[in-house]
Ligand binder design. Sequence first.
Ligand code: FCB
Length: 549
Amino acid sequence: MLRNDFVWGVATSSYQIEGKDEKIPQGECVWDTFIKKEGTIFGGHNADVACDELHKYKRDIPMMANLGIKAYRFSLNWARIIPDGTGRINQEGINYYREVLELLNKYNITPYITLFHWEYPQALFDKGGWLNPDCVEWFGEYAKVVAENFSDLCTNFFTINEPQCVINLGHSLGIHAPGVKMPIRETLQMAHNLLKSHGLAVKNLRKYSKKEIKIGYAPTCGVAYPSTDDPKDIEAARKVYFGFENDIDNWGWNVSWFLDPVVLGEYPKEGLEKFKNYLPKISPEQMKKDLELINQPLDFIGQNIYNGYEIKALTNSKNNSYYERVERYPGFPKTSIQWPITPRAFYYGIKFLSEKYKLPLYITENGMACHDSISADGKVHDPNRITFLDSYISAMQQASDDGADVRGYFLWSILDNFEWANGFDERFGIVYVDYRNQKRIIKDSAFWYKNVIESNGKCLSINDKSNEIIVEDVSETNDYMSLSENETIKFNTIYINDNIDCIKEGLTFIVYEGNAILNSSVLYKGAKVSVPKGLTDICLLGECDIKII
Ligand code: FCB
């Protein structure tokens, strides 16, 4: 089971939800400039209104409280607080975020502030942004202002969200703001500056806070997960996950480069070797100082995890590779944004990170984009999202049961919102936003998440032992009956025979209630699937023998 003090939260970022209001003036950030360029955002959308959170927080925070949400991770728009990135402070911006914090505290929702979730002040980008060595001081100054103005109302802070995306999507591929394509040498320099900025921010947050605070950092990366639980596959996956297998052009999608210096105080040797022709020229003495700055003590690390890729160990490969990347089978489950659904990546990502970095871990983002729509009953039913979340959160519990020190989970997102280059095309919320009128409709998944929070995960299918289908080998017994294709039976608990002659790997079953499909899954030996309590119909697509208990 998860810890009793497990932190159940939701996450957002300022640019994706806030919108604009002249009464709360703000400086421009790189996204404001980027979205004005033609062809950058799906449908030419912009975030001038987004979820109108500048005003709707008054309604959304009580709604979150009603949904039982215990913690809220959100980001500050740097240029709303310091319009030019440095210097003059905008009191209206400070007041706005203070009101948000006060309301969260009033409703007993613990705030977790992210300092930087990609809203880089345009004025600073114009001076070179992350490439200008002064960027470290700029971010440090911003962290000081944050500490001085918000630490009385907030105890938990994250410095930077997904530095990998900042570098790759923003400055290498150019598909996110600021939309530039820089050479590897420069992106490596930027990454170093960004890590130093993180370090100075941690120092200044602690130095200028009005009380003792807790600080983490929220990087990301797809997870290499093992094909089977064979130790050889596990070790191969771990090595790939923390290694440097990507092409040099794609160097920035990396876990260790962005976490080792921060947590362990050194750059990984494998990366230093691979990038040696592109590394910034820094003397050993200076590098020592830089690493001291980067390696500030943290209270926890965060990680945004959405999916991963399967790795199989190879012993005698032709090209001397120790692993292969297993191709996804046709029809592999995916979300509306085309990301694969891989709860196993969640389990192994949490485990690998916890084992390597030995700091409390918070899942700072996880969730699913679906094609949600309003049904005839006026509600938004999102069973796919529930299935996704149930499998991922169950995997997280399993990782915790197996020793990972995971302390909290922030579901992305409480609201549908402006999904960057995808505009409003993707819906990640557990609350639907009708952008025509800013109406909120609570999706089924939000009610489901409420139950998860209230029961501290006990209602997850991983814990529901009462009505469980266990795929196991009962071929020794004759105590089973045959079920032909599409035949329906009633059951409470069944065991499915794994005799190779009569059950194919990947058999699909569907659970019905009346005509409605409640659940459908592909079963493998060893798989456990929970079904709703009470008598339910089951239909197997394919022939097999089952044992009814
Ligand atoms: C993450 C971002 C977040 C949101 C989700 C879907 O990469 O941090 O802002 O876009 O993806």
